[in-house]
Design a protein around this ligand. Structure first.
Ligand code: 5RP
Length: 230
C-alpha cells in the first residue's frame, strides 16, 4: 500500500493533538509519518507537547525533529497515542509487532487515555491472524520452551531472524516468535491471556480493547474514521 495512504491517516490523526498534551509516539513506517507531522505542527504552531516514544527508533526521530522527549517513568499518564498496526478487525482489536516494538507499544497504549491507530486499507481484516503472524516477545533463555508451548496454540511459531540469520533482538533485549494460524484467531481475548501465561513470554501483539479510534487513509484521498462503540 502506498505511502500516500499512510501519510493521509497520519496527518488526520495528528489533528487530534492539542496544546499541552502528553503524546505517545508509535513505531513503524506509518507512525513515522505522524511523528514528522507532529514535528511540523509543533514548529509552526509553537505547541507545548511532551512525547513518550514506544521504541528507540521513534525516540531518535523525535529528538532529531526537536520534540520534547520524555520517559514513561516521568509521564505515566498519556493523553493520546498515535500508532500503526499490522491488522485491525471490525471490533478495533489489533495485531501489532511486525516492527518489533509490541511490548513498549502495549505499555504505552495501556497508559493512554486515547489510542489512535493509523493504517492503510490493507490492514483491515475480518478476523485477526489471517494476514499477519502474531508476534510474541520472549526472554532469550526461554525461547525454546515458549516455542514448544506456542505450537499448542497456533500452527507454527518461528524465531524471528535478522538478514544475517542471527536472532532479531528487541529494544528490551528479547527475542520474538512469530505465530502463524490456519484460519486466524477465533477468540483474541482468551488467546492473549493464554499466551501470556507461558513461562518466559513477556508480551504478545494482540491488542484487545485498547483502541479508541482507527483512521484509515483511503485511495481517494479521504480518511475513514472508525470509533470504538462504548
Ligand atoms: C511495530 C508495530 C507497527 O506499528 C506495525 O508493524 C505497523 O508498521 P507499519 O506502519 O510500518 O506497517 O506494531 O511494532
Amino acid at each position: 500500500m502506498s505511502d500516500r495512504n499512510k501519510e493521509l491517516a497520519a496527518r488526520k490523526a495528528v489533528e487530534y493533538i492539542r496544546d499541552g498534551m502528553v503524546v505517545g509516539l508509535g513505531t513503524g513506517s506509518t507512525a513515522e509519518f505522524a511523528i514528522r507531522a507532529l514535528g511540523e505542527r509543533v514548529e509552526k504552531e509553537g505547541l507545548e507537547i511532551q512525547c513518550v516514544p514506544t521504541s528507540e527508533a521513534s525516540a531518535a526521530l523525535g529528538e532529531e525533529l526537536g520534540l520534547d522527549m520524555q520517559s514513561l517513568e516521568d509521564n505515566p499518564v498519556i493523553d493520546l497515542t498515535i500508532d500503526g498496526a499490522d491488522e485491525v478487525d471490525p471490533n478495533l482489536n489489533l495485531i501489532k509487532g511486525l516492527g518489533g516494538a509490541l511490548l513498549r507499544e502495549k505499555i504505552v497504549a495501556a497508559a493512554s487515555a486515547r489510542e489512535v491507530i493509523i493504517i492503510d486499507p490493507g490492514k483491515l481484516v475480518d478476523r485477526l491472524g489471517t494476514r499477519s503472524p502474531l508476534p510474541v516477545e520472549v526472554i532469550p533463555f526461554a525461547w525454546g520452551l515458549a516455542k514448544l508451548r506456542l505450537v499448542d496454540l497456533c500452527r507454527r511459531a518461528e524465531l524471528r531472524r535478522r538478514d544475517d540469520d542471527e536472532p532479531y533482538v528487541t529494544d528490551n533485549g528479547n527475542f520474538i516468535l512469530d505465530c502463524h494460524f490456519v484460519d486466524g484467531i477465533a477468540d483474541a481475548a482468551s488467546l492473549e491471556l493464554s499466551i501470556n501465561q507461558i513461562p518466559g513470554v513477556v508480551e504478545n501483539g494482540l491488542f484487545v480493547g485498547l483502541t479508541d479510534i482507527v483512521v484509515v487513509g483511503l485511495d481517494d484521498g479521504q480518511c475513514r474514521v472508525m470509533e470504538r462503540s462504548t
